[in-house]
Design a protein around this ligand. Sequence first.
Ligand SMILES: [Zn+2]
Ligand SMILES: [Zn+2]
Length: 299
Amino acid sequence: MIAAAAGPLPGAAFVVGALTFVLTWLVASALLGLGNTVGYHRLLTHRSFATPRPVRWLLTLFGALHSGSPLTWVALHRQHHTRSDADGDPHSPREGFWHAHCGWLIGTKNPVLCVLFALSGFGQQAAVLMHDLRRLAGNNPPVWLEITKDLNDDPVLRLLDTPLVIPALFLVQLGLAVAIGGGWGVLWLWLLHVAMTNGSWAVNSVGHTTAFGHESHDNRDTSRNVPWLAWITFGEGWHNNHHRYPRSAWHALGEGPDPSWWLLRAGMATGLVREVWLPKAQRDVLPEALRAGRRKNRA
Ligand SMILES: [Zn+2]
Ligand SMILES: [Zn+2]
């Protein structure tokens, strides 16, 4: 009675606001993160499983909110697998840890510049904008389409690869953040992009630095399995396993947490995920009907 007469408790609005901030951020992190790991990486790049087109487009859209064009991402990542730690690898710690993390995106090995870029949050969006403007000026022909021939007929992927579409998508995010939360909304979005970009980049830097984690397979590259990295990258931290079996939908292969694989298991249960590729030794975890046919284990 007394509380009702006095109105809401002081600070209640702050607590509700803070809880909303944190909970929506966690949900958005999961959706955007899995868009990259399950969508861009395991589905589009490595064709680890099959799913209906609307699901593929939804996963791709979540990835596109922070990872740039799916076709350029796929091409760069396939190149990374083809040339791992050799000439032509877009991001190898042979050029320095910070260059592998994000310096390769802006053409620098200077650790200070790399750290500033990593903390900028929206730096990747600026890099995408520059990439698109150079393309519009005729200085950046879409050579990546040579590497993504199996995906080029997908209208949604082509739309997202059209110059200025990804920057427009970012402007929509920014506009919504301001409209809904003002300054707090921009902080929410900035923290989201800092976490998403650095998580993804850490697979290339931490996941290829021998000071971290361990090696389960002799791949003749610097790829590592890093359990703590797997927790914050939805399972992508099992990078040494991944380089051994690029097409495997399950990166952990029984070694530890792999949230992207957990999502795929849920998808299998609902029938939305099928033709799942796994290494021979792990195939008995799947019912026969869900297994991928015999195809080459390609990057
Ligand atoms: Zn790698
Ligand atoms: Zn890969």
